[in-house]
Design a protein around this ligand. Structure first.
Ligand SMILES: Nc1ncnc2c1ncn2[C@@H]1O[C@H](COP(=O)(O)OP(=O)(O)OP(=O)(O)O)[C@@H](O)[C@H]1O
Ligand SMILES: [Mg+2]
Length: 70
């Protein structure tokens, strides 16, 4: 992680084209500089979605992403 830290705070998200599928339902993540985070889970649970939000390809519908360097 290049930022000093980042956090997902109660992040809610579904894709605009699929409002019926709630992908993230209040996700909380905290990662400090020097830490490595592994996202583990079954196919379709939202791992790649977390990365896309981190890269700001999408905005959360509720909650927030916090980063020291953004
Ligand atoms: N671009 C998209 N548009 C609409 N729905 C999507 C899109 N990408 C993913 N989804 C849906 O969002 C949910 C989470 O998908 P995601 O790709 O984040 O899962 P994943 O944990 O990365 O799965 P995998 O292990 O197969 O890579 C799934 O229900 C998926 O069908
Ligand atoms: Mg994936």
């Amino acid at each position: 992680l290049k930022q000093d830290r980042f956090a997902f705070k109660k992040v809610m998200f579904n894709y605009p084209t699929r409002p019926d599928v709630q992908v993230l339902q209040g996700l909380n993540i905290n990662v400090e500089k020097g830490q490595t985070l592994a996202l583990v889970g079954s196919s379709g649970c939202g791992k790649s979605t977390v990365v896309q939000l981190l890269e700001r390809f999408y905005d959360p519908l509720d909650g927030e992403l916090v980063s020291d360097s953004l």
